[in-house]
Every structure is written in C-alpha cells, then in structure tokens.
Design a protein around this ligand. Sequence first.
Ligand code: KDG
Length: 327
Amino acid sequence: LPEAVCLGESMAVLLPERPGPLESVEGFRVSLGGAESNVAGALSALGVRSGWISRVGDDGFGRRLTAGVAARGVDVSAVVVDPTRPTGIYLKEVGGSTGEPYDLGSGRSRLHYYRAGSAAAALSPDLLAEPAAARLLAGARLLHLSGITAALSDGCLELVRTLLVRPRPAVTRDLLVSFDLNWRPALWHGRDPAVLPALMDAADVLLLGADEAEAVLGTGDPQALRARFPSPSTVVVKDADRLVTAVGRDGTAVGEAALTVEVVEATGAGDAFAAGYLAGTLRGLDQRRRLRLGHLSAACALTAPGDQAELPPREVVAALLDASAGD
Ligand code: KDG
C-alpha cells in the first residue's frame, strides 16, 4: 500500500510548440499536469510509495492521464472514471520576445483552464464510500491536499474539509495531512477564498509561498504566518523559491537557500519542492535536510520544460543530499 496519498484534479496539458501569444501559436504538445499527481510522481521518484486519488472522464485524455501517472510508479487504483463528465484540460501560454501584441513577455507564462464541470470537479465526500479510496486512505501515513481542490466545487471543498479539519472522521488519527496553499486566483472567480485560512490551520504540515500568502493573507512573513496558523506542526514558507523557512510550533525557524539554476519553466517547481520536503519528513530527516531535498527536487522541475520534475536516480539524490549537508 502507498505510504503517501495525494488527492486532487489532474489534467491534460497543452504546451505551445513555441513562445508567443495564443493568437499566433499553431501547435501544441500534449503533456500531463496537476499539482497533486505531480507531487505523487515526484514522491515515487524519491522512493516513497505513493498513490493518487482523483476522477477522470471516460475519454482518451483521462486514460492517458491515468496511465501517465501510473507510469511514474504511482498507485492509481482509486482513480474513478466518470462516464458523463470530461477530463479537464489546461493550456499554457508562454511569453517570448516575439514583439507581437499580447505577448506576455520573456520568462512569463499563464495557465488557461478548461476544467469547469470536469470529472474531478465532481469529487465530494461520496468518494470516501469508494472501497479503493478508503483502502488507500486507511493504509497511508501521509495525505497531501491543496488549495486548488478547495476552489473546484462545493463538493470538492466539502471533501477537503472532511479530510483535513479535525476530528477528521474519515481517516485514522495518526495520518499526517499536508496542505499546499497553491493559490490559483483564476479558479476562485465566483467562489470565496475566505474558506482557505481554516483549511490551512487544520493541516499538520502547511506549505505556502510568501508571494501567495501575501496575496491571500496580506503577509508573507514566516513568523507572522506561524502566529496566524498555530495548529500545524510545521509551517513551510517559500520565498519566491529562493529561501525556504520551516517554522516549528515553538517558533524555531530553519531557513535554507534554493540552488541557483537556469530556469527553463517554473510550473511544477512548488509541487516538486513539496514532494522533496514530504519525502524527507516521512524518512525522518532533520528539518534542514527536508528543505534541501525539497530544493533538490524543485531544481529538477525548474530545469525541465514540462510540469513534472525528472529526478535523477535515487543514489544520486542521496549523494547530492549528503554533499549539500555540510553542517
Ligand atoms: O503546480 C502546478 C500546477 O499548477 C499545474 O500542474 C496545474 O494543477 C494545476 C493547477 O490546477 O493549476
């Protein structure tokens, strides 16, 4: 059984064949993406048995998605196929220096979602009555959720609440639940993000970017966020992916700087960081090494064009972790 279970929507991703505004892009390459399955895939690459729980449409993209996530070594036995709703899609617009009107500009990108009414948006607490999902949740040590799911529908929000907010009737008492804020303003049109702080405080491990915390809560300061969210055992604040600070319940802070890399495409770096940090947590590493493992896997996502980090073999990751642990 998986040690770590990640729950949330994934989608077919259409990546443009060249940078520039959508008005002029001719072709797209199909890829796969979704914050929680990205985390599950990176966990598996880091040697943590992982599972992904979601819903997909009974269509080619759904089958491709499920097979693609399974090919990364992730247990997909609890992915439900919905006969009536489609698999969600998002496409990426990548800025360049094309000089064309509406070009986002070099180094900038934007996600366009086509996921309203998707199979995964129909996730709800009903999922907990599905034997396959119940089996994975009962056997796991860690459950990973994100703020994306809370935005998708009332049913999705209710499911996140049921799994996260104590007394957590659906899961065993010692299950560690991590929550990554993953602020996606485009998903909150017509929905109220004021539901987020209660979810964030209910997590055992809370991960969030300083910039998104600033946008949602008005501060990105690690100690201020720690004071705002007293319940999680650790609050992990990522400052523009440069310095990440983990603050314990007693206020003890450990900060670790990111590796300097040539960024190819940043999407998915936060997911890879979460996977590294959580893998380190499950392996009982100290706080500093958890952060370093997060940075190592984030660096792999930052230097790859797609959303998923291609991690080096496990021995190489272990050697890099030791080499960077000069304390
Ligand atoms: O974190 C990367 C994700 O943003 C991407 O894979 C798509 O899940 C996604 C989302 O909802 O934005």
